[in-house]
Design a protein around this ligand. Structure first.
Ligand code: NDP
Length: 335
């Protein structure tokens, strides 16, 4: 496993990082979840990502259980705050001082740790003054409950505004967590260049496009049993964006490229996001231990220019690049 620095900081993260959205406490039972975390540890993954909102707080509990007994100094544990949790009352949401203070305490308790390495604003909160949010982040950092601060799916302008406050308040603001894959490249035009200027890294989610870039979904064929696309509880709704014949047909054109390189399709997808130097980590999911064991082989793979061009040619115009789509991710009013 190779490591990369997270933003302009001294913190190193495993360039393949495991996250438990829609899987733990939802699609898979606890024993499969714990076995998958242990497979990740065995494969050299040290960085784990979750959020208070995943399975309405239950995913943090499962991750805490799975990591119990591990040496804390050998792990980097990330969580997030913003989306409604618990009974979803008026203050159980957003980036107010109240919810950030209560949110971090709840997350630490559920994870069974004294601090998280990275605490992330899961979205931009249009209803809270940014100064209030960053002062609350500054305070929890001073209290030692979070070592570093990150955000998720912020626009370039929001990153600039956040970085200015972070500088004033001396908050170690080091990362953004956006969606990024061969199919979804909306961060390339604005978010990435701005982040480079600000000293922020990307921790990119759904690098395998939720399993679509594994090539296992075939156009016009029945869905593979047990896959995310069949998970009516939550995963199936999220993967829909990619489940069109056009996208699935284009993805099949990547098969010969992966084969020529001796790579499995998920490995090619993960290696692709890691070619971008502003990406500190490919944040992968897995519903079973074998997936993670195989996927980590993507660490350290270099794809040359010809391969990158062949990928672009194979995918053609199913690739989404419009930078304005980042603007649409954070709700204008709190959910
Ligand atoms: P991926 O693109 O890595 O998709 C993971 C899924 O793909 C697995 O659960 C599995 O689904 C399938 N898969 C993985 N490996 C293989 C394989 N070798 N062969 C076949 N299928 C495979 O990422 P996720 O969409 O899971 O997101 C990863 C993490 O990113 C989340 O856990 C979370 O931490 C973070 N995230 C953050 C968001 C944010 O707003 N900040 C939003 C979404 C995610 P299956 O077996 O069920 O088909």
């Amino acid at each position: 496993m190779k490591y990369r620095y997270l933003g302009n900081s001294g913190l190193k993260v495993s360039e393949i990082t495991y996250g438990n959205w829609v899987t733990h406490a939802s699609q898979v039972d606890d024993s499969a979840a714990i076995a998958t975390v242990h497979a990740a540890l065995d494969a050299g993954i040290t960085t784990f990502d979750t959020a208070d909102t995943y399975a309405n707080t239950a995913a943090e509990v499962v991750l805490g259980k799975a990591l119990a007994g591990q040496r804390r100094e050998s792990l980097e544990i990330f969580t997030k705050v913003y989306w409604p949790i618990g009974p979803k009352g008026a203050n159980d949401v957003g980036l107010s001082r109240k919810h950030i203070f209560e949110g971090i305490d709840g997350s630490l308790k559920r994870l069974g740790v004294d601090y998280v390495d990275l605490y992330q604003a899961h979205r931009f909160d249009y209803e809270t003054p940014l100064e209030e949010t960053f002062l609350a982040f500054a305070d929890i950092v001073r209290q030692g409950k979070a070592l570093y601060i990150g955000v998720s799916e912020w626009t370039a302008d929001q990153l600039v505004a956040g970085a200015e406050l972070a500088r004033e308040l001396k908050v170690p603001f080091i990362s953004n967590q956006p969606q990024y894959s061969m199919l979804w490249r909306v961060i390339e035009e604005k978010v990435v260049p701005t982040s480079e200027e600000l000293g922020l890294s990307q921790i990119v989610w759904s690098p395998i496009a939720q399993g679509v870039l594994s090539g296992k979904y075939l156009p016009g064929q029945p869905l593979p049993e047990g896959s995310r696309a069949t998970d009516e509880k939550s995963g199936a709704a999220f993967i829909q964006r990619f489940m069109t014949d056009e996208v699935l047909t284009a993805v099949q054109r990547l098969q010969p490229i992966a084969e020529d390189l001796g790579l499995a399709m998920p490995q090619l997808a993960i290696a692709w996001v890691l070619q971008n130097p502003n990406v500190a980590a490919a944040l992968v999911g897995a519903s079973r231990p074998e997936q993670i064991a195989s996927n980590v082989a993507a660490s350290g793979i270099v794809l040359d220019g010809d391969v990158m061009s062949a990928i672009d040619e194979a995918l053609g115009d199913v690739v989404v690049r419009d930078p304005k789509l980042t603007d649409e991710v954070s709700p204008r009013t709190r959910p």
